[in-house]
Write a protein that binds this ligand. Sequence first.
Ligand code: SAM
Length: 217
Amino acid sequence: MLYIVATPIGNLKDITFRAIEVFKSVDLIACEDTRHTKILLDHYGITKPTTSFFQHNRFTKAEYLLGLLKEGKNVALVSDAGTPGILDPGYNLINLAIKNAIELTFIPGPAAFVNALVLSGKPAHEFYFAGFLPNKKISRKNKLKALSGLKCTVICYESSHRILASLEDLADVFGDRQIVVARELTKKFEEVIRSTPQLIQEKLRNSKPRGEFVIVI
Ligand code: SAM
């Protein structure tokens, strides 16, 4: 059985009883970064073998894990934070498992975009999750222009080193639209800023942006 297990996006207490039970019961835990997941496992006194399954070994490691699953082993799949499969290599293993008729289930928990959407106060009955915005300015602006045509709430992920550049492009494309930028969700310095892209950029520039970001438009 493949157990896809959501883990905290910051606060170690955001883990379900079922997730802990699964970690204790499986043969192996496949982690994006074993050192990162060890912090969570140590916190809950879980001593299970772990193996790394990340961007650069995702094809070979997925085949290896498939082999174990076919032998009848139980494997838990986690990402560094949040829900496996949402912008991490989890997708590759999930897809391979389905193609090979491996039994699988999902132990639900945090996903950063859900926290941001709920806290944003924007309509949540219909939304579009756009993942990470492109690195390059021209592609990013084109993407934002395409997103501006949608008639629903739009959510993007962003890193600390690109947030200011993205906000500049958001200001160009969306003007004075009230958007929401959420950072460090569930962590000590969680912050939800509701304003125009330009004013949010000014605020973040002054405090030097740190942490991980979600943009809600
Ligand atoms: N699997 C994760 C999920 O379920 O949300 C997403 C992984 S993606 C590689 C990492 C991005 O998620 C970060 O760059 C950031 O945009 C967002 N993110 C993750 N944790 C966050 C947090 N605590 N606060 C704000 N954004 C977060």
